[in-house]
Design a protein around this ligand. Sequence first.
Ligand code: HEM
Ligand code: HEM
Length: 186
Amino acid sequence: MKAAVVTAAPAVVTARSVPVWDPLVRIFHWSLVLAFFSAYLLGDDGGSLHQAFGYTVLGLVAFRLVWGAVGSRHARFSSFVPSPRRLLAYFKDMLAGREERHLGHNPAGAAMIVALLLMLAGTGLTGWLQTTDAWWGSEAMEEVHEVLANGTLLLVALHVLGVLYSSLRHHENLVRAMVTGRKREE
Ligand code: HEM
Ligand code: HEM
């Protein structure tokens, strides 16, 4: 009888949650979601509100680049950006249905984060270029801006699908983790 009590204890300990995403990462993430969709939905007029949300996206991306260098453990790029070889190995494991759970970003999620940050920067930059003397009224630049904005939207859809897939695979709610900052320890 006593032994049963002792063996039950570690199960409680391993289910403990630990802090993973610091408050700035979480505020960054949900502000980015809000700013991106607001800019996207107001895209058609390209007016001052659209531009304000677009600059907010650019500011958030700039902040994230700095935080990726000096931020908390799981926020640092050095802790999650994978080498091509590691990324490929992870995809192979995924296909075989044996990919490991990661406390921070998994290699596929990490690659998507890099892609999202680049595309967001490109979209914001080509938006801003349309306000400069050199590109004012340029239809080509407007076209590039639109293609980048739609490309980003596509990546966002894949990103959310990846989050849902990974949540199901490892029986954890990753969306809630991006709200509370906490994840199951193992
Ligand atoms: C405009 C839309 C979105 C953009 C641009 C975006 C971008 C990002 C970025 C850059 C990160 C990395 C966070 C960091 O380390 O700083 C991230 C992570 C994450 N995002 Fe999003 N996201 C978007 C929408 C969403 C939505 C709608 C959800 C939920 C349904 C979501 C759930 C998550 C989760 C759970 C993570 C952590 C992934 C992990 O556990 O490795 N994202 N996202
Ligand atoms: C990074 C976030 C941004 C997103 C997601 C975004 C998205 C869009 C979208 C979807 C359109 C509509 C394209 C079309 O249908 O023709 C658009 C147009 C436009 N955007 Fe952005 N944009 C962003 C940032 C910016 C910034 C920072 C500026 C300028 C400071 C800007 C200026 C414009 C202009 C001038 C147009 C053309 C509007 C027109 O006359 O049809 N955008 N944007």
